[in-house]
Design a protein around this ligand. Structure first.
Ligand SMILES: Cc1ncc(COP(=O)(O)O)c(C=O)c1O
Length: 409
């Protein structure tokens, strides 16, 4: 029989003492990075087209990395999504479908264009549920937005088949999924316009920033028009219908800060290294978690590559823990000094801002949100810390397991 120790929340000894720093992200600014950024700032030159060289270089590298014709950097992922919805000409009467489990900004900018938003439940990964999508889709659907949650690509074969059948536009929110692949194809290459956040928590982390990619000149120009004005538009707009807006653009300024672009240009060369470190640590945790009854590591399908692996979500199976309340289980882990929390963001249909869409509660999302918790996506941390996390899991699980479960063993 496994030893049952007194939990820290009930006065026992903490598994991880307070003084240990758990998780460090974004990557520390070392001298190489500072020199790189300083060099750009010293010159701070505009290119012949009238916008910073550093921005042009980053966009070229990013589009090359994803494999699209165009990339346009913005001051946030939210701005990139807003640009995308604007460029796709979403109007009041248009029907759109958005995943229920995602960060709110996947859907919030849409409300500026239409309130006709349907929310779609999730599959076992947390991604858009194809069965539910099939139920909600119709000939009236103008746009489907998907999020590759936690870096795990959505079921793209099925989504692309539906796209062919219903002829909707697709936006991929790839904010969690830098360098993720579905059957060897990069995410960010399936939809008309696809978006990546580069905020401080993301794999490509620049403080605040975003980038959108597309293969369509028309859509690129529309996004550019909402991002910028003047010089850049003068040199980059090729389509006659757009040229009359050169002075003003479309009245927003979503363009990126050059310092963020310089940071992005530096960080883009490190992604592979970060991904390797992260996968090594998280795969180790998954292997060990498989031996702890009642906690399920995140599923990764054989035909995908998770790339950024943004957020590591563990499923809690109450039945193994004497039906212990999920919140109490999390509190017990936190009490042990583990940095864990309910995974992700509440389903969009539960958020007051989306009330105007008259959403209904979605069972699959509710269950997913209330049975998964996340741990830090360890990247640079030492194995000692990771082993302490595993010890903390085991300790809390041992406590809440049914006693009969142990007697049987
Ligand atoms: C899935 C998803 N979409 C969009 C965003 C918005 O990006 P940003 O914070 O750069 O505006 C985020 C940020 O957390 C996100 O996780």
């Amino acid at each position: 029989m496994k030893k049952i120790e007194k939990l820290a929340i009930f006065g026992g000894k903490k598994t991880i003492p307070k003084k240990i720093i758990h998780f460090s992200w974004p990557p520390k600014s070392n001298s190489a990075k500072m020199n790189f950024i300083n060099n750009f700032l010293k010159k701070d030159k505009l290119n012949k087209k009238g916008f910073p060289i550093v921005v042009e270089k980053f966009e070229k590298q990013f589009s090359k990395l994803v494999g699209t014709k165009f990339a346009l950097s913005t001051n946030s992922g939210t701005s990139a999504l807003h640009s995308a919805f604007y460029a796709l000409d979403i109007r009041e009467k248009d029907e759109v479908i958005v995943p229920s489990l995602t960060f709110h900004a996947t859907g919030t900018p849409l409300l500026k264009f239409t309130k006709n938003i349907k929310f779609c439940g999730c599959d076992e990964i947390g991604n858009i549920n194809i069965k539910d999508l099939k139920k909600k889709i119709s000939k009236k659907t103008k746009l489907v937005v998907i999020t590759h949650l936690g870096g795990h690509p959505c079921e793209m074969d099925e989504i692309m088949n539906l796209k062919k059948k219903y002829n909707f536009k697709l936006v991929e929110d790839c904010s969690h999924a830098h360098r993720s692949k579905y059957k060897k194809r990069n995410v960010g290459t399936f939809g008309e316009i696809n978006v990546f956040s580069m905020d401080r928590n993301k794999l490509l982390s620049v403080g605040e920033g975003g980038v959108l990619v597309t293969n369509s000149r028309d859509l690129f120009e529309k996004c550019l028009l909402i991002s910028d004005f003047g010089l850049r538009l003068k040199s980059e707009l090729k389509l006659k219908k757009n040229k009359k807006y050169i002075e003003t653009g479309f009245g927003f300024k979503h363009r990126i800060h050059p310092i963020a672009a310089a940071a992005a240009l530096f960080e883009i060369t490190k992604l592979k290294h970060y991904i390797n470190l992260r996968h090594k640590k998280l795969n180790f945790i998954s292997k060990k978690l498989k031996k702890i009854k009642g906690l399920e590591p995140p599923i990764t399908k054989k035909y995908v590559n998770r790339g950024a692996f943004y957020s590591y979500r563990i499923k809690y199976e109450k039945k193994y823990f004497n039906n212990t309340n999920f919140d109490l289980f999390i509190k017990a882990l936190q009490g042990e000094g583990l940095q864990v929390r309910k995974a992700g963001n509440p389903p969009l249909e539960t958020l007051p801002y989306f009330k105007a869409c008259k959403p209904k509660k979605i069972k699959s999302s509710d269950i997913f949100f209330n049975t998964t918790f996340s741990i830090p996506t360890f990247t640079f941390e030492k194995m000692d810390l990771i082993n302490l996390y595993l010890r903390g899991f085991q300790k809390v699980c041992n406590y809440f397991y049914k006693k009969s479960f142990y007697r049987d063993k």
